[in-house]
Design a protein around this ligand. Structure first.
Ligand SMILES: *Cc1c(COP(=O)(O)O)cnc(C)c1O
Length: 390
C-alpha cells in the first residue's frame, strides 16, 4: 500500500506487470485469467495489436491540440459510431461519469427548452452512473452518496424493471424531462430487465415527449452480444452514453444524441479540454474497427451462453446458488449469502472476478476469451463457490 495515494479503493494485494489477451502476469510472473477485463474495459483483451498500433502511430504524429480546432480522428470516430448506432451526433468526454454529466446537462437544457423550470430526470434504484456530484446523485446506492450531501437536485427514483412506477411518476410530475436507465444494471447486480422494458420506456418517452437516455457505459461495445445493448430491442434512444470498453483501456467517453436531443448543445454549452483528443479517438477507432470487422460481438453471445450453461451444470446441486443471470458476456451468479471473500480466493487461484451487491459474483471476461480459458474459468469458479458454500 502506498500512503501517498488516497485510500479510495480497498485494493487487492497484487500488482500486474503485463498482459496478453485474457492473461495477466504479476510482478512475480504468476499468471492470472482475467474474467473482469479491468471492469468491462479491455473487451479486446490486453495488449491488443490493433489498439497498440493505433496508439503508437498517433503518438508519433500528434497527441493533442484541443477542441478549438478540427480533429480528424474525432470526426472519423464520430462517423463510425453514428453509422453503427443510428444516432445523430456525439460529444466526447474522458470517462463514463463525464459522459453521463453531458447527458444530464442535455436533459436539463432540453427541459428548459420545453418551459420546465426544474427539469427532473427519472432514475432507477440500484443504478450506477458514476462518482461526480451529479452522477452520484443519479446513482441508486446510498453508500456512494454517504457524506456528500447536499446532492444535486432534479432526480426522482423508481424501482428498476417497473414500468408502472415510471408511468405513475410521469402522470403526477410535470417536470420530468428524461429517463436515465442502464439496459442491464452492472454494479447493481447484473440485473436484466424484462424483454420489453426498454420498448415500454421508449413508448412512454414518446408519449410524454421526454428523452430516453441509456447508460451503456458497461453494456456497450459488444459486451452483451450487440455493439450496443439497445440493439437487442427495435428502438433508438434519444441519448446513449459510452465509455469503459470504447478505448479498450485508453480513457474516453461519449454521449451520443439522436433526433431532437441532437441540437440541444450549441457552441459554448459544454466542453472538455481532453475530450475526443487524437490519441483517445485513434484507440477507439481501432476498437470499433476490430469489433465490427470480426465476429467477436456474436461470439459474446455464444461464449456467454456457454459459460452460463456450464456454470449452471456444475452448480446445479449447489443449494446456495440463487440465480445465474447473463446477457452475452455480462454474467452474474447470485448466492444466498455474502461472498466477497471469493474475490481473494479466486485471486490466489489465479482468477480475476468481482463481487457486487455483496452476493453477486460478476464476470465480465474479454470478448476474445477462448474455449480453454472458458473451461478454466468455469472449473475454478465453480470449485471456489462449492468450497465457500460447503
Ligand atoms: C463504470 C460506469 C460508470 C462510470 O464510469 P467512469 O468511467 O468510472 O466514470 C457509469 N455508468 C455505468 C453503467 C458504469 O458501469
Amino acid at each position: 500500500m502506498n500512503s501517498h495515494i488516497m485510500p479510495t479503493y480497498a485494493r487487492l494485494d497484487v500488482t500486474f506487470a503485463r498482459g496478453e489477451g485474457a492473461w495477466l502476469w504479476d510482478e512475480n510472473e504468476k499468471r492470472y485469467l482475467d474474467a473482469l477485463s479491468g471492469i468491462a474495459v479491455c473487451n479486446l483483451g490486453h495488449a491488443h495489436p490493433a489498439v497498440h498500433e493505433a496508439i503508437c502511430k498517433q503518438s508519433a504524429t500528434l497527441l493533442h491540440t484541443s477542441n478549438l480546432y478540427h480533429i480528424a480522428a474525432q470526426e472519423k470516430l464520430a462517423d463510425a459510431l453514428i453509422a453503427l448506432s443510428g444516432m445523430t451526433n456525439v460529444f466526447f468526454s474522458n470517462s463514463g461519469a463525464e459522459a453521463n454529466e453531458a447527458a444530464i446537462k442535455l436533459a436539463r437544457r432540453f427541459g428548459h427548452s420545453k418551459g420546465i423550470a426544474t427539469p427532473t430526470i427519472i432514475v432507477m434504484e440500484k443504478s450506477f452512473h458514476g462518482r461526480t456530484l451529479a452522477t452520484l446523485s443519479a446513482t441508486g446506492n446510498e453508500k456512494i452518496q454517504q457524506g456528500f450531501s447536499p446532492l444535486v437536485d432534479g432526480f426522482v427514483r423508481v424501482p428498476y424493471n417497473d414500468i408502472g412506477a415510471i408511468e405513475a411518476v410521469l402522470h403526477d410530475n410535470t417536470s420530468i424531462a428524461a429517463i436515465l436507465v442502464e439496459p442491464v444494471q452492472g454494479e447493481g447486480g447484473v440485473n436484466i430487465p424484462d424483454a420489453d422494458y426498454l420498448v415500454q420506456i421508449r413508448r412512454l418517452c414518446d408519449d410524454y415527449a421526454i428523452l430516453m437516455m441509456l447508460d451503456e457505459i458497461q453494456t456497450g461495445m459488444g459486451r452483451t452480444g450487440k455493439l450496443f445493448a439497445f440493439q437487442h430491442s427495435a428502438l433508438i434512444p434519444d441519448v446513449c452514453t459510452l465509455a469503459k470498453a470504447l478505448g479498450n483501456g485508453v480513457p474516453i467517453g461519449a454521449c451520443l444524441a439522436h433526433g431532437r436531443a441532437a441540437d440541444i448543445f450549441v457552441a459554448g454549452t459544454h466542453g472538455s479540454t481532453f475530450g475526443g483528443n487524437p490519441l483517445a479517438c485513434s484507440a477507439a477507432l481501432a476498437v470499433v474497427e476490430t469489433l465490427t470487422k470480426s465476429d467477436l460481438i456474436a461470439q459474446a453471445t455464444q461464449k456467454g451462453d456457454a459459460i452460463a450453461k456450464a456454470l449452471g451444470d456444475k452448480l446445479k446441486t449447489t443449494p446456495h446458488v440463487v440465480a445465474i443471470r447473463h446477457l452475452g458476456l455480462m454474467i452474474g451468479i447470485e448466492l444466498d449469502r455474502p461472498c466477497g471473500e471469493l474475490v481473494t480466493r479466486a485471486l490466489e487461484a489465479g482468477l480475476l472476478i468481482n463481487v457486487t451487491q455483496e452476493k453477486v459474483i460478476r464476470l465480465l471476461p474479454p470478448l476474445i476469451i477462448d474455449t480453454l480459458q472458458i473451461n478454466q474459468l468455469v472449473d475454478t469458479l465453480s470449485t471456489l463457490i462449492q468450497e465457500l458454500t460447503a
